[in-house]
Design a protein around this ligand. Structure first.
Ligand code: ATP
Length: 370
């Protein structure tokens, strides 16, 4: 479907983009490139500066410093309505007195376009709302209103579509459905999407690339699997799901591996999965990459292990989530799938958590973080 702009937009680039409110810096020296036609997510906790960043791209907030570029065009000082950028807000902001057709047609009519029928119907079909032309927003479900908002924004042929927590008002099941739906629509229209969310699963499901923001800065930018499998900081490791982080020190190397001493034990991590080659480190393993055995003798060769006792076992349907308290007092989280014949452990039992070192990762550690 040719909904995308006629002229190629080029990449969206934020250069040294900064926004201060008085003495407070909401967005600090942001440098990032969103490739044309990609689905990009800005992910972070409330207050980290996501919305402020989006508002500067839309032209709704003036940057204190830095630039916004679209291809080779500098749009930093362009008025919002002159930018080839549209925004979909969480509140949808539909016109309550207009029906679905007129809501979607609005942008075209405002530009004086008379024959809007074909375009509106194509957009409604894209968002799967054929047959709803004469409904008012109040007669639609949250998910349907969201689709109208999307159609209304896309009919203007933006080169970049900004989405600010667009699924925030939907219940969990509908959210998941709309995530898949949004991704499908983005792929179909090929417009650059910049999606703001605090929901890590949402960002990872939809986006080609995710920038994790923390306190006005980007902590890490990468493809979802890369961020999850090989986080660059403890913040990213913990923000994208759970991580077990064991404090230790690099004590040497062995071929392609680094050796880490932690609490009197030695572990190895492939150098390729290490972001620090010396000094204090955090050895990370995701809970689903840990397995449980009754005794060290049962640990498969080539695996690393830690002994402890089970302090909690929570059945959560697909898996049982165990906590294993180690001799030095850490509690490791272990997810054991509930399929098959995995051995079960009771609270109070001794157990061994083990992992394949190729699934571990190593981060630098500031000693004062301990
Ligand atoms: P949320 O998900 O809650 O919307 P966010 O990551 O989008 O959070 P922003 O809305 O960008 O965060 O806000 C970033 C910081 O800037 C917050 O601490 C906020 O209080 C502050 N801030 C935003 N707008 C203003 C303003 N107009 N004046 C003063 N401070 C502001």
């Amino acid at each position: 479907m040719t909904v995308a702009a006629q002229t190629p937009a080029g990449d969206l680039r934020l250069v040294n983009l900064t926004k201060t409110f008085g003495a407070f810096t909401a967005v600090e020296e942001l440098d990032l490139t969103v490739p044309q036609g990609s689905f990009f997510a800005l992910l972070g906790a409330s207050g980290c500066g996501k919305t402020t960043t989006l508002r500067m791209v839309a032209g709704l907030a003036e940057p204190t410093r830095g630039r916004v570029l679209l291809g080779d065009r500098d749009i930093t000082r362009l008025r919002p309505y002159k930018r080839p950028v549209n925004t979909v807000f969480q509140s949808y902001a539909l016109f309550p007195h207009l029906d679905v057709f007129e809501n979607v047609a609005f942008g075209l009519r405002r530009r004086g376009i008379r024959s809007v029928d074909g375009q509106v119907r194509r957009m409604l079909s894209l968002v799967q709302l054929d047959g709803y032309e004469r409904h008012r927003p109040a007669q639609l479900s949250g998910g349907q209103q969201q689709r109208v908002a999307l159609a209304r924004a896309l009919i203007n042929h933006p080169q970049v579509l900004l989405l600010d927590e667009p699924l925030g008002a939907l219940d969990v099941k509908l959210r998941r459905r709309m995530q898949i739906e949004l991704k499908r629509i983005q792929t179909e229209v090929g417009v650059t999407f910049v999606h703001v969310t605090h929901d890590q699963e949402e960002a990872m499901t939809m986006a080609d690339a995710v920038a994790v923001m923390n306190a006005g800065r980007i902590e890490q930018l990468g493809a979802p699997a890369e961020l999850y499998e090989f986080p660059a900081t403890a913040f990213v490791a913990n923000f994208l799901g759970q991580s077990n982080l064991i404090a230790g020190d690099v004590s040497g190397g062995n071929g392609g591996d680094l050796l880490v001493t932690a609490h009197g034990a030695r572990f190895s991590v492939p150098s390729a999965r290490s972001r620090a080659a010396q000094g204090p480190v955090l050895l990370g393993v995701r809970p689903e990459k840990l397995h449980l055995a009754a005794a060290a003798g049962q640990v498969p060769t080539g695996h690393q292990h830690v002994e402890g006792s089970i302090t909690d076992a929570s059945y959560v349907g697909v898996s049982t989530q165990y906590l294993l308290r180690t001799g030095w007092g850490d509690e490791l989280s272990v997810f054991v799938a509930n399929s098959g014949a995995q051995e079960r452990f009771a609270v109070g039992e001794r157990a061994v958590a083990y992992w394949d070192p190729r699934h571990a990762f190593l981060l630098g550690r500031h000693v004062d973080d301990d």
